[in-house]
Design a binder for this molecule. Sequence first.
Ligand code: NAD
Length: 389
Amino acid sequence: MIVHPKIKNNICLNAHPKGLELLVKKEIEYVQKQGKIAGPKNVLVIGASTGYGLASRIVAAFGSDANTIGVASGRPPTAVRTGNVGYYTMRAFDNAAREKGLIAESLTGDAFSHEIKDRVVSILKKNNMVLDCVVYSLAASSRRDPDTGELFRGSIKPIGRSFTSKSLDAGKEVIKEVHFEPATKEDIAGAVKVMGGEDWELWMNRLSDEKLLTPNVLTVAYSYIGPPVTAAVYREGTLGMAKKHLEATGDKLHEKLSAKGGRAFVAVNKALVTRSSAVIPVVPLYISALFKVMKEKNIHEGCIEQMFRLFHEKLYKGEAVPVDELRRIRMDDWELREDVQKEIDKIWNIIDETNYRTIADFRGYEDDFLQFHGFGFSGIDYSEDVDIT
Ligand code: NAD
């Protein structure tokens, strides 16, 4: 099949197998060039197929020779449609890790369900793996409660006020005003249920009950704070409430695990183009401005650079993990630097349809978005037939 990107409402509906193989290969090569980390040996990554979760898994396997189990949503190809991104990235990862002699098992399914937790437990037992690291990197829009069957939807809304902002419609290449009505109580509860810490805690409790965690296990989940321009719709909005719940869950888990020498952290990562962030209004425009400023200052990082720095400099440096006053690891330290945010403010005040391609790094945004789906790599001839199975 000849596969070109099919994009609708900032969502790419298909994926290119060869491009995704190359994406995984490039991330692996980046890690191999950096050298070794005295890191974990048996790792579970929940949300392992793209973005920060995929990068974490690659850092664990290729930076620290870890056996890894990955969980993500996956959709295999059909006769007329490619598989989803995770179908190809996880296969490429498993092949590369197994070639190195590591255990690599990727499971697709609903991470919120009891069924997938059962499958992970049985695969860990089959492989005699006791986990010394669990990475929780899920970004979901809805969640079915595994006990009641009730479906909760996450929403992206401000709390206590309405909000209007500039936003980029990357597909149509227009900058328009977006307006958000304040969240209802149900919206807030839904967001917390989907993106808060409840499921992370369920995973850790289940693994602990099954005696599948080492006493010194380390678990980490990912959060975001961001700048004032996205605050109303992110940090002070429904998603921010969910992230605060996730951060509080980190403290709760830490208290429990530290009795035996274990640790739980939340790392606040940098804003990056991933499948999830592309659908958050305002964020793609902010990311375009952020990339421009960080690249000019030579401090830009992608998912793999962020995750390598997290594991190498923060989690496994052999020293106390550096945290802020709320016990969070700040990987957004460079993004939120005063000089960076000042430059972004200048761009934000004047950005419009006539200048967004020059005063912001929209090209960088587009390139990353396409590459996360396997498109836009210069080494691949996209007019060629590709095997999508
Ligand atoms: P992503 O969309 O690239 O990855 C999300 C992962 O979750 C994928 O592997 C996907 O398959 C999996 N997933 C989603 N729903 C699932 C389900 N029901 N069952 C199984 N797997 C499921 O997202 P990302 O941007 O890498 O986000 C990962 C985490 O990092 C999130 O908590 C996000 O809030 C956080 N974060 C992201 C950014 C950013 O700018 N992208 C910044 C800071 C923090």
